[in-house]
Every structure is written in structure tokens, then in C-alpha cells.
Design a protein around this ligand. Structure first.
Ligand code: DCM
Length: 135
């Protein structure tokens, strides 16, 4: 079956000085509403992944991140049904500003071990074990 071009999505694992990771809740009205995800979103047609992530982090959390502070960590792929999705994940430990829930109903800082207890989108789940190992 031809599913066309895959949807490229970027996400960040923001890690604070205490080794906690930021997750945000998906808003009502969107797919997978209420689930906790790593912040990020779709890469537009003419964008590079890092530029898309920098844009999304500014829109969603009000923080400024430099490209050099985005360390590629892993990727995951998932079938969304009508389309395949590839999620590119970056680790980031340095940013300017204080993250705020500008688009999500809530954000939370959680210890990597506590990620296991959260409802997350399927594409985000494989990252949990990886973060346990990396942080
Ligand atoms: N998505 C995901 N995990 C993330 C961010 C996004 O699985 N950390 C998925 C949810 C949607 C798609 O990417 O299927 C596009 O995201 P959005 O609906 O937020 O634009």
C-alpha cells in the first residue's frame, strides 16, 4: 500500500539540573488527547528537523534553544494508520527562559523512572528506557 511520504516529527527530551525530564500533556481536540509527550511537533516541508524543533520549543514552551544544544539521541517509527511517522528525538540540557505550558494544558518535570507510569503516545514510549540509560 502506498502511504506517501512519512510524517517527520521532532521531539526534545529537555533535562534539568536535577536530571528530570519535561513532558507535556496533549490538548483536548487533538489525537491522543490527555497523553504525556516530549515537546515537539511536525517538521514543515521546507524545514530542517533542528529548526522545526527550535520553533516548536519556542511556540509550546517559550524557551530559546540553540542548534548546538540539540544532541540527536534516537528515533522511532510508528504507523499512524493512513501514514507512517518517524519521530526524531534530541536531548537538550541548555536553553534560555523558563518553560511554560503555552499550548499544552499542563507540563511536568519527571524523573526518568517515573516516565514508566505515564500514559504516552506509542512513538514516545521506546525513549523511556533510553533516557533511563542516558541521564
Ligand atoms: N507525536 C508523538 N510524540 C510527540 C510529538 C508528536 O507521537 N512527542 C505525534 C502525534 C501526532 C503527530 O506526531 O500524531 C503530530 O503531532 P501534533 O498533533 O502535536 O501536531
Amino acid at each position: 500500500m502506498d502511504k506517501g511520504k512519512p510524517l517527520i516529527v521532532v521531539a526534545a527530551a529537555l533535562i534539568d539540573g536535577d536530571g528530570r525530564v519535561l513532558v507535556q500533556q496533549r490538548p483536548q481536540g487533538k489525537a491522543m488527547a490527555g497523553l504525556w509527550e516530549f515537546p515537539g511537533g511536525k517538521v514543515e516541508e521546507d524545514e530542517l528537523p533542528e529548526a522545526a524543533l527550535i520553533r516548536e520549543l519556542r511556540e509550546e514552551l517559550g524557551i530559546d534553544v540553540e542548534k548546538a544544544c540539540l544532541a540527536p539521541a534516537c528515533f522511532a517509527s510508528e504507523s499512524l494508520g493512513e501514514r507512517h511517522m518517524i519521530l526524531l528525538v534530541y536531548i537538550c540540557r541548555k536553553w534560555r527562559g523558563i518553560p511554560q505550558a503555552l499550548e499544552a494544558p499542563a507540563i511536568r518535570w519527571v524523573r526518568p523512572l517515573d516516565l514508566h507510569g505515564l500514559d504516552m503516545p506509542p512513538a514516545d514510549k521506546p525513549l523511556i528506557g533510553l533516557l533511563d540509560a542516558l541521564i
